[in-house]
Design a binder for this molecule. Structure first.
Ligand code: FAD
Length: 323
């Protein structure tokens, strides 16, 4: 049974939900040991927590250089982790920045890459990844052919994170030497994207999303009010982001983010197949739409047929009262 190396994403010492999900998938769908590559400042602290998700060995590069330059230093560190781990399979979070690092590492390691997996199955020593295509209407199974490293990107919320309660892993500090080439693109400034202090969509337990039915960008103030009352993240349909009413990184769907919160509330969103592809595995779906025939109602657990401008303000008031 092959060992699996998971590239763990973390917030300066705390592994992200997506990493715990992928580690759980590696445990269930692997068979050998689960190793972790943990890079960047706080990596040491993050690694300590990974035994709880079944990691036996963590390859750590806890260095400010990881964040001082663009992707090259992390690429070098990932290659070092792959070499020391010896695992033939790498699972990584399907996130744009991480994908940039992994793509560079794949070229240098001669690996094959499958992106955006929503399920995994081991066939001998080959990891077979399931990908949703045509807006989630069909599934395609893909694997890396030949005797080469297999790199597989896993979508957020494709798996549920389950703790094993294991002891902290053996930590191996990576010795990464950076050449001048790795330092050509230096990070000179970091600007936090305005999220109003709200949680990140793929990590949030509750998401309130808005669509074209909001009428204009100002309509998102209503969505934000409801989100803030619930401590939720804000999402949007593509119609809303394409119209410039809300930033693109909040788009949910086939060409946006995949989310699976405990509670998804969609207002003024019709529920087109491409939107549903990104949210239909949410645990509880609430739809607010003035059209009783809107497709979103076919997957909603609770529906309110009505004008969102009349439904949301009293809802915000009532929730605030009960808090
Ligand atoms: C290749 C491809 C990829 C795509 N990827 C995505 C994607 O990732 N994510 C995504 O979201 N879309 C995606 N789309 C677009 C998708 O097909 C839809 O066009 C889009 O989701 C529609 O957004 P919407 O529901 O906000 O708008 P509409 O479909 O216009 O729906 C607006 C809804 O608001 C309701 N409404 C109007 N006024 C009110 C009111 N006052 N109160 C209550 N309800 C009201 C209407 O009844 C209607 O149901 C993609 C399309 C293609 C072709």
């Amino acid at each position: 049974m092959p060992d699996i190396l998971v590239l763990v994403d973390h917030d300066g010492g705390t592994p992200k939900k997506i990493s715990n999900q992928i580690l759980t998938a590696a445990r269930h769908h692997g068979g050998g040991e689960v190793h972790a590559a943990v890079l960047g400042e706080g990596a040491g602290a993050a690694a300590e927590r990974l035994g709880a998700y079944g990691v036996s060995k963590a390859f750590v590069w806890d260095s400010p250089d990881a964040d001082a330059y663009a992707t090259e230093p992390r690429t070098a560190a990932l290659l070092a982790a792959l070499q020391q781990s010896g695992a033939p399979i790498l699972l990584y979070p399907a996130d744009p920045f991480i994908s940039d690092v992994v793509a560079r590492a794949a070229i240098r390691a001669g690996a094959g890459v499958v992106t955006d997996a929503s399920d995994l199955a081991l066939d001998g020593t080959t990891m077979v990844a399931t990908k949703a295509i045509f807006g989630g209407e069909m599934a395609s199974r893909c694997h890396v052919k030949g005797d080469r490293p297999q790199f597989i990107g896993v979508k957020a919320n494709a798996f549920t994170a389950e703790e094993t309660g294991g002891a902290p892993p053996e930590v191996v500090a990576l010795d990464v030497t950076l050449d001048e080439r790795s330092k050509r693109a230096r990070v000179v400034d970091v600007v936090e994207q305005g999220g109003g202090g709200r949680p990140e969509m793929t990590e949030a337990a509750i998401i309130v999303a808005g669509g074209r039915g909001l009428g204009d960008a100002e309509g998102f103030r209503l969505i934000e009010q409801l989100a803030d009352t619930l401590g939720a993240a804000v999402g949007a349909s593509r119609a809303a982001t394409d119209a410039g009413w809300y930033p693109h990184q909040h788009q949910i769907g086939q060409t946006g983010k995949t989310v699976a919160p405990q509670l998804y509330i969609g207002a003024g969103i019709s529920g087109a197949i491409q939107h549903r592809a990104g949210m239909q595995t949410s645990q509880t779906i609430v739809a607010i739409n003035k059209d009783a025939e809107a497709p979103i109602f076919s997957i909603a657990d609770f529906g309110v047929v009505g004008d969102l401008h009349k439904v949301i303000p009293p809802l915000v008031e009532e929730i605030a009262k009960r808090k």
